[in-house]
Design a binder for this molecule. Structure first.
Ligand code: FES
Length: 351
């Protein structure tokens, strides 16, 4: 008799083959907004696709295929204001004719989401890069998904994949109010697997009850505000290493500032470019490299998106990002140069 969990693992392992890691970004160009929909109070969903007449299909969204992607992937939207923001792909996984994102209007944010809400409509063209995946769905027999607010977006395609693979999964979805919670109609068909918990009716989500005792066969995926992620991290502290996977929208609080006067200056050798730079306390390694005229990808400049990840040939890294896992930090062969620095005063980078 076949072990059902083995079948699930097999399905997910097979589909992993197309996984885009954070090290590869496929598309860099202009897409047009094919549709704009209000999906909750303060949340719009946008479908983006190739411009009309581009590629072979001729119609909007039917041109040259977009790069394939796996659940957990996000794209960069580069706004005309110069701001770049990351949005999770939340349509059907792997869709290559159109990409769907959802944007929460954040009145206290740095203006990116407000600009999109106020200026982006059907037909608007947007510069887009990606997809990139810092939050890949790994094979497991059981998944516990925890979403807070707009953090539901990367979980939607994960849930569809877990369901298609026959995995045992459940979702705890919290939000401020029922009206503020996006994509509820899409989750309805999953019935009791989904626990919707608007805070104004139920208070804070019952993480202890939902997560239960550590389960070595399960993976936990969480995306949402910092407070929720911190609470899930605390709950999962006794779970096997690697059980918990999180995606943050904002840098972990308490990290040392990138450009603080207390930073010691660093010497950075760019081995491939044959130059050595001195990075003063107030400058990030990323900015120093850019000033030296060496091209390097960047986006969030907060240590959360992964686009500036750079291989380190020598030197001890002072990791200040909110993305790398403990294992990746311990390996010491890669760093996010927008925020991280050096402990020993010198780094050799593969740039
Ligand atoms: S630019 Fe986003 S992590 Fe460095």
């Amino acid at each position: 008799m076949t072990d059902p969990s083995a079948a699930v693992l097999d399905t997910l392992t097979t589909t992993e083959a197309g996984t885009a890691s954070r090290h590869e970004a496929g598309f860099d160009g202009t897409l047009v907004v094919l549709s704009r929909r209000n999906v909750a109070a303060g949340v719009v969903s946008l479908e983006l696709g190739p411009r009309s007449g581009e590629g072979e299909g001729g119609g909007e969204g039917e041109g040259e295929p977009l790069p394939a992607w796996r659940p957990g992937a996000h794209i960069d939207v580069v706004l005309p204001t110069g701001i770049t923001r990351q949005y999770s792909l939340c349509g059907p996984a792997g869709h290559t004719s159109r990409w769907r994102i959802a944007v929460l209007r954040e009145p206290d944010g740095r203006g990116g989401s407000q600009w999109i809400h106020d200026n982006v409509h059907e037909g608007t063209e947007l510069r887009v890069r990606g997809p990139r995946n810092n939050f890949p769905l790994r094979p497991a027999a059981r998944y516990l998904f925890v979403g807070g607010g707009i953090g539901i977006t990367p979980l939607l395609p994960m849930i569809a994949e877990a369901e298609a693979a026959g995995a045992d999964w459940s979702l705890l979805y919290g939000g401020r109010t029922h009206a503020s919670m996006a994509f509820l109609p899409e989750l309805e068909p999953y019935g009791e697997r989904v626990d919707v918990r608007p805070q104004d009716q139920h208070g804070l989500p019952d993480l202890a009850g939902f997560l239960g005792d550590p389960d070595p066969s399960a993976l936990v995926y969480c995306c949402g505000p910092a407070g929720l992620i911190d609470a899930v991290e605390a709950r999962c502290a006794s779970w096997p290493a690697g059980s918990l996977n999180v995606e943050r929208f904002a840098a972990v609080t308490g990290q040392q500032p990138v450009g603080g006067e207390n930073n010691p200056p660093i010497e950075v050798e760019l081995r491939a470019s044959g130059m050595t730079l001195t990075v003063p306390p107030q400058l990030s390694v990323l900015k120093a490299v850019e000033h030296a005229g060496v091209p390097v990808l960047s986006s969030c400049e907060e240590g959360i998106c992964g686009s500036c990840e750079t291989a380190v040939i020598e030197g001890e890294i002072d990791h200040r990002d909110s993305l790398l896992t403990e294992d990746e930090r311990a390996a010491g062969d890669t760093m996010l140069i927008c925020v991280s620095r050096a402990r020993g005063g010198r780094l050799v980078l593969d740039l």
